[in-house]
Design a protein around this ligand. Sequence first.
Ligand code: SAH
Length: 348
Amino acid sequence: MSVLIETLKQNRNLPDEDFRKILLSEEYDEELKQKADEVRREHYGNQVFLRGLIEFTNYCKNNCYYCGIRRDNRNISRYRLTKEEILSCCQEGYALGFRTFVLQGGEDPYFTDEKICAIVSEIHRQFPDCAITLSIGEKSEESYQAYFEAGAERYLLRHETADIDHYGKLHPAEMNAAFRQKCLFTLKKIGYQVGAGIMVGSPFQTVEHLIQDIRFLQKLEPQMIGIGPFLSHQDTPFRNEKNGSLFLTIKLLAIFRLIFPEVLLPATTALGTIHPLGREMGLKAGANVLMPNLSPTSVRKKYMLYDNKICTGDESAQCRQCTEQRVKSIGYEVVTSRGDAKNFPRKN
Ligand code: SAH
């Protein structure tokens, strides 16, 4: 047994040089995973929370170098779901036991604040016992406030990388890390449960960047941390870049579980794409959330953030069933509650 991992568990922190050691060596991997699972069980038992993901638009005004739905990709057919279509996804999801709906999309100016608020408040009205999560990018404080008042309670906005220069290598000049980070603090201030996160193994990423990501997350104290491997997409400037590593992603999940015992950690679709059992490995290393797809089958292939994305041919019911089986097969249990973060004081 190594003192290092036990210290990480006890202190929920380590000096930079120790994180560097852990990140650079395979020596600690087994113990990291074991300890992360222990801590996850202390706080969340063997429960796995579900979120139904509705990818409601693939239009995007941004041009992130890694992302398949970037503005300059002329090789995809663009779609938007109507409010009615989104509501029917929720209906189907509700019947399948989902109590959280995640509305994710590109930054699509068609969906004005007014439209987003109308959609959110209608979901809130029809499904008052469900949590509504938005993942629609960088907005003004006023916009975030309006969505919150309409009934959105959670917001996912990965910071992608905490390092300003690294951020500049992943995004065109019109985007900047400082604004994205500010958005996250604004969301917290408004009262959202907030999710930040990164792509593991994105081009130009170093271990020093990952340590900066840890420090940034310690400052932000998010309720959720979404991480998955970077995966290249053929119609982006990063088409020839190497995919991120499965093992480094698993290691980071375990590290985040030990630093943030009560955080919600999804085993992401990207993790399931890079390896057929990637999500199961993630769950065994501290992850406790899965986000099965609830989008209509007809649009799934159009929301290709990266090549070979899984579950794009399935019906929602199939995804739900498949999720249940995968979770059971490794001795955990799917729960259909809202699954709020334990480090978040809920008012009611
Ligand atoms: N427009 C929203 C949603 C973006 S898609 C927003 O800005 O938050 C959600 C996440 O998918 C991104 O934050 C990014 O981390 C991830 N992603 C995008 N392209 C990817 C790729 N090629 N490989 C892995 N993850 C990717």
